[in-house]
Design a protein around this ligand. Structure first.
Ligand code: UDX
Ligand code: UDX
Length: 456
């Protein structure tokens, strides 16, 4: 068992397989995708996604034991273990539209596996899936007429973008869900454990039944997102009461039962997973007749939307209730620092609302300008895309910090202030900058969940 295939060369499949190839030189890893451009990019000097440390790992293993290909039939035929990491977006049509997961790519993948396979295989679900999807997968796979047997394992990915390689190399835990009630099921679990055991300490590899594993992925993301929404909801109260959200979370997070991580207030969470997974969790609860539970989790998404709206509302009221015709520098468009990914970035909602108010935008992001252009291409209004943050800020009325890029801390804000219209505003949507220092320079500073510092 030393030939691995992965179907889906995206943010999850790409980095995960690179690290497996790197840590398991005895395995041959082939990553396939229906998107030929994406595969060409994986085979080029410019990888299709940016992740710190990714290039190093890919360039070290590529064409040795790591291959990127569009030849899905060959990859399926040759592999003993097939990871599936195709996308599972929120359904946009039909029953469950806007909430349920769209499983058409998962089903297509299962059907292509039975079309090309000529021996028994272990199928590993990497994509985030509704609980009990493995059952449907199994039924489709076993509809093959050649008597082929498939073992299904759930092995959800917990990597976060921007730290994907470090998360994969040193995971808090690896979760492997399977059915251990048959010898073949037990052997499949052991096979997947053996892959990770090449570099992950055995006590960090957790095994559960299939359904627990599928559900744990949704629940982990829901719990993380819930922390962010809880803190953001309290940031609104802080702004009314002169409490300081960063002080509150620092003090509350010192309780070891609460913990200090994932308590940073901001303009809301983005990324491809949180919203999709919570809506999917809520949909499942509704489907199983638990409307109160569905409502509870849906509120996490509502607070997230509210936080972005509230941020724009604060901008408007600070800037004399009008931003029409005013240039606003947007610092950061990616959904978090150290990635060029803008999927579900709160910056999209903030920029759209500012454009509706007829503001003129000058967007700067160190990695995400290409994606920002695509996200806003159907919007009307003036949008300037700037490689240089100083050019973005020149003659602007305000700066809105929307992503926590550390490089924004190192800019010369005196120079920026001089180049701007007065009064000059900073709306720090990530509490990234030193408010007192910005105020000293002359800015009117509006952080999240903390008193604004104004000169009038
Ligand atoms: C995806 C899912 O969105 C997420 O729910 C899951 O947890 C992991 O997999 P990601 O890797 O970020 O996350 O998605 P994406 O970057 O869109 O990559 C998916 C890839 O699968 C794309 O390159 C797409 O071309 C490919 N794909 C999709 C196939 O090869 N075959 C298909 O039938 C559908
Ligand atoms: C998340 C999960 O962390 C990961 O385990 C899962 O596999 C995929 O989804 P990701 O979306 O890549 O990863 O990034 P994450 O670091 O979780 O950040 C998500 C969003 O929450 C970002 O927009 C970030 O800015 C925001 N966030 C995070 C906050 O606003 N405050 C915080 O304290 C932490």
């Amino acid at each position: 068992m030393n030939r691995i295939a992965c179907i889906g060369a995206g943010y999850v499949g790409g980095p995960t397989m690179a690290v497996i190839a790197d840590r398991c030189p005895q395995y041959t890893v082939t990553v396939v995708d229906v998107n030929a451009d994406r595969i060409a990019a994986w085979n080029s000097d410019r990888l299709p996604i940016y992740e710190p440390g990714l290039e190093e790992v890919v360039f070290r293993r590529r064409n040795r034991n790591l291959f990127y290909s569009t030849d899905i039939p060959a990859a399926v035929r040759d592999a003993d273990v097939i990871f599936v990491s195709v996308n599972t977006p929120t359904k946009t049509f039909g029953a469950g539209a806007g909430q349920a997961a769209d499983l058409q790519y998962i089903e297509k993948t299962a059907r292509s596996i039975i079309e090309y396979a000529d021996s028994d295989k272990i199928i590993v679900e990497k994509s985030t899936l509704p609980v009990r999807t493995a059952q449907a997968m199994s039924r489709i796979l076993h509809s093959n007429t050649r008597g082929l047997k498939f073992q299904i394992i759930s092995n959800p990915e917990f990597l976060a973008e921007g730290t994907a390689i470090a998360d994969l190399q040193n995971p808090d835990r690896v979760l492997i869900g399977g059915m251990d009630d048959t010898p073949a099921g037990q052997a499949a679990i052991e096979t997947v454990i053996a892959i990770y055991a090449n570099w992950v300490p055995r006590d960090r590899i957790i095994t559960t039944n299939l359904w627990s594993s599928e559900l744990t992925k949704l629940v982990s993301n829901a719990l993380l997102a819930q922390r962010v929404s809880s803190v953001n909801s309290i940031s609104a109260l802080c702004e009314k009461t002169e409490a300081d959200i960063d002080e509150v979370t620092r003090a509350a997070g010192r309780d070891s039962r609460i913990g200090a991580k994932f308590l940073k207030a901001g303009i809301g969470f983005g990324g491809s997973c949180f919203k999709k997974d919570i809506l999917n969790l809520a949909y499942l609860c509704g489907y199983y007749g638990l409307p109160e539970v569905a409502e509870y989790w849906t509120q996490v998404v509502r607070i997230n939307d509210y936080q972005a709206r509230r941020f724009v509302g604060n901008m408007l009221s600070a800037m004399f209730n009008t931003v029409a015709g005013k240039r606003i520098a947007i610092f950061g468009f990616a959904f978090k620092a150290d990635t060029g990914d803008t999927r579900e970035s709160p910056a999209i909602a903030v920029c759209r609302q500012l454009l509706e108010e007829r503001a003129e935008l000058a967007i700067h992001d160190p990695r995400a300008l290409g994606n920002a252009r695509l996200d806003l291409e159907s919007e009307t209004g003036v949008i300037d895309y700037c490689e240089d943050p100083y050019a973005a800020a020149a003659s602007a009325h305000a700066i809105a910090v929307l992503t926590d890029w550390m490089s924004f801390r190192e800019l010369d804000y005196r120079r920026i202030f001089e180049s701007m219209q007065k009064p000059a505003f900073i709306f720090d949507g990530r509490n990234l900058l030193d408010s007192a220092e910005m105020y000293e320079i002359g800015f009117n500073v509006y952080p999240i969940g903390r008193k604004a510092l104004t000169h009038f």
